[in-house]
Design a protein around this ligand. Sequence first.
Ligand code: AMP
Ligand code: MG
Length: 407
Amino acid sequence: MIKPEEALKIILDEVRLQPVEKVNLMDSLGYVLAEDVVSDMNIPPFDNSAMDGFAIIASDTVGASKESPCKLKVLGDLKAGDVSDFQVTSGSALKIMTGAPVPQGADSVVKKEDTSLNNEEVLIYCEAKKGDNVRLTGEDVTEGEKVFPCGLDIRPQEIGLLASLGKSELKIFKPPTIAIISTGDELVEINEPLAPGKIRNSNTYSLTAQVISCGAKPVPLEVARDNMDATRKLIEKGLNISDILLTTGGVSMGDYDVVKDVLTGLGAELKFWKVAQKPGMPLAFWRLGDKLIFGLPGNPVSTVVCFEEYVRPAILKMMGKNHIFRPEVDAIFEHDLKKKPGRAFFVRVNVRRKNGEFYVSLTGPQGSGILKSMSLANGIAVIPAETTLVKTGDKVKVHLINLPEDH
Ligand code: AMP
Ligand code: MG
């Protein structure tokens, strides 16, 4: 048996960055940029008005106030999207809307609220300074500037700027395809009636959801029955269509646990089997050519926790993400918990924050088949292998699946 941190290291050392793929702008959201984005233009592309008001020459307004406004002749008006050949000269102004190009000669814009318009004349009630309410060419982005570096996470904030730059297509690290195979003679599909001795296949659904949450592409396959032939056929199918294959169940000591034998028969290289942890001890990991294979234990919580702790970081690393781990915080444990030494415990907890400190409580029974306490958890507390007792008030490390609320 190896330690969880050794297992994680072995996995991450096997991970290769995904190939680059060109996608439409909106399909890049949530992925990692695989090119430097250099601007071939200025943003804004022209000096334009930041306000609805009047484009003027600032020096015309020296001494202007509410009591003694300055009076300027209005040459016409200009809306956003139009261009003008108006020339603003001393004593004149052009009515202008937000976003319209500042006309020749003008050096500032006075907002409408500081003016009043009488036919062809406008009264200006304040002194303007050169540059007031003018958005200068290139003040956001200059031509030739490297706006985004390769490796950046593309969030909604980036999308708008990429759109302004005219990047209708861009390169990302291709999201990996993850084939998912549950194994077990006892499994029935979720729309089928339960016969005696049978349970519903939940792992395929948990894993599909977890893969989607990572931004990767799940391909859930049929359930493999507990025999070599059926399992081999599905595993071969899964390997053909995926970058990573996930199996659940069939990797323990049971008479019908055939996943390991099938993969050995296919020539996969076993990197490890069994990790000193609870839940998820029988976790296995192989490489076959350029494919990675995770043999996740069948118990529903073992599957979810092993995905969280091992598969998710691997997928995110393949996608070029910089932050591949959940945020880890130190939290105050609110129970006494005894355990045997030798295996790390991944404990399902509720994390809350009070006066700047994190507190954690168990979400319920911790059996590896009990999904309800997984569902109630927003974190996984990691109790080290050698620890035999955690007391109320002790600090523990917690991986935050969701950010806790303040209570
Ligand atoms: P195994 O590792 O195949 O011995 O499975 C361990 C436990 O997990 C057994 O109780 C199985 O019935 C259960 N199990 C295995 N696969 C699934 C699945 N896809 N959905 C729900 N439970 C499962
Ligand atoms: Mg089984």
